[in-house]
Design a protein around this ligand. Structure first.
Ligand SMILES: [Zn+2]
Length: 432
């Protein structure tokens, strides 16, 4: 027990017998009370590491009572003015009410309270310990007591749970500025989208009238009463490529939301139209944004290719078998900006499959490592990509359409139980 340098020194001159520790504590209490007028919380705080399960106010009241009994003096309630906290410890309830008022119409499951304590009060805490002969860090700081006591009252009023990592709502009680701040952390919704129309960028782009984001966001903004929605796609896609199959993963980040729960299936249905379809929506943790935006994705493309000469099914199958699992060397494609350095990079073809639709046209599905250039894998890009379908067939190959069938995390799917944030029951909300 790191009790108090002062009383510990006093203990050394006391007889080592049963009851010595009690004497030490009473000496400590007398030393604290001798510094001036103290409230019970400030009297108890320097011994906050003793006896789990008490508030500092209870500790302080017990010390005050103990001193009165030991000295057989009349018990005196603490004075109204406490020189250490200057009355802040009498206002825990009022501060909790103030935070509830500042929250206004907002739903939440979890919260956290932080406090900014004026430097003068922190200095008072050090002076108290110094004058009473305590270790300067003895017990706990005022800030921690405020966070806990105001937080406990707030939680009870709201019916919400404390979360020290990423709460739905972060409160700041700024005693220095006599102000409160409320930060509503984003709601993050994971899902997959299919894009059924060419010429549609993923996010807003001047040259285009609309985007996937603009098709998706509106019903979510309304349902969560958010100020803004940010669309995070798993990789960018060609404006002219369709996104088919199970769709491309995305996270929609809803900023400063006042609602935290909604029927995601209903929202998916509302956002789904002829151009964009949504499915597989789930609430996820905030880290999912970084995972989805990270480059650890693999992609599956469907290319429709034109063959310059007639090719047999057997020749196509043999060429695709050679590409299946191949490591491909790709020099920077000729179609890519000439200012980019001409480098060779290695990318894996994880799997490939395809069939002729007639003797001059084939459909090829390629599941490749992120960054694999598909058009060049088909055409060979004049020998700059090796191996390639054109090289293996000995026939010129041109990509006519290129669509994305699937995007997925390399090491694990984006949506796993660890990243899901299932909503348990109705969110709490202040009475409004
Ligand atoms: Zn006080």
């Amino acid at each position: 027990m790191n009790l108090l340098a002062g009383p510990a020194r006093m203990a050394s001159v006391l007889p080592a017998e049963p009851g010595a520790q009690t004497m030490t504590l009473l000496e400590a209490a007398r030393a604290l009370l001798a510094t001036g007028s103290l409230c019970d919380a400030c009297l108890g705080r320097p011994v906050a590491d003793r006896s789990f399960g008490l508030t500092n106010e209870e500790r302080g009241r017990a010390l005050r009572t103990g001193v009165a009994l030991a000295d057989d003096e009349p018990y005196a309630d603490p004075d109204a003015d406490c020189w250490v906290c200057e009355g802040h410890c009498a206002r825990f309830d009022a501060y909790a009410d103030r935070l509830v008022d500042a929250l206004g119409e907002t739903e939440l499951y979890t919260y956290q309270v932080g406090t900014r304590v004026p430097p003068l009060l922190e200095e008072n805490g050090r002076l108290l310990r110094e004058q009473a002969g305590f270790d300067p860090e003895a017990g706990e700081p005022l800030k921690r007591e405020l966070n806990r006591e105001v937080g406990r009252r707030l939680g009870a009023t709201l019916g919400a749970e404390v979360d020290f990592e990423r709460p739905d709502v972060q409160f700041l009680l700024d005693l220095d500025a006599d102000a409160v701040e409320v930060r509503r952390n984003s709601v993050t919704v994971y899902g997959r989208y299919r894009k059924l129309q060419r010429g549609l960028p993923q996010t807003e782009w001047d040259a285009y009238e609309t985007s996937v984001e603009e098709h998706v966001a509106p019903p979510f903004l309304g349902a969560f009463r958010a100020t803004d929605a940010v669309f995070h796609g798993a990789g960018r896609e060609d404006v002219d490529a369709l996104m088919l199959g199970p769709g491309r993963p995305f996270v929609l980040e809803l900023k400063e939301p006042r609602r935290r729960d909604a029927d995601l299936d209903a929202l998916a249905a509302e956002a789904t139209g002829e151009t964009v379809e949504l499915e597989g929506l789930a609430f996820v943790t905030h880290e999912t944004i970084a995972r989805v935006k990270g480059h650890d994705a693999t992609k599956t493309y469907r290319a429709t290719v034109a063959l310059a000469e007639s090719v047999t099914e057997a020749a196509l199958d043999a060429a695709l078998a050679d590409l299946d699992g191949a490591t491909v060397d790709q020099r920077t494609p000729t179609r890519v900006d000439h200012r980019r350095a001409d480098t060779v990079r290695e990318r894996a073809v994880l799997s490939v499959d395809g069939a002729l639709t007639d003797d001059r046209t084939a459909v090829v599905d390629v599941h490749g490592e992120g960054g694999l250039y598909i058009k060049e894998l088909m055409s060979g890009d004049g020998g700059r990509t090796e191996p390639s379908l054109a090289g293996l067939l000995g026939v010129d190959v041109t990509v006519e359409t290129l669509d994305v069938l699937d995007v997925e995390g390399v090491d694990e799917p984006f949506l796993t139980p660890a990243y899901r944030r299932d909503r348990d029951g109705e969110p709490a909300s202040p009475p409004w």
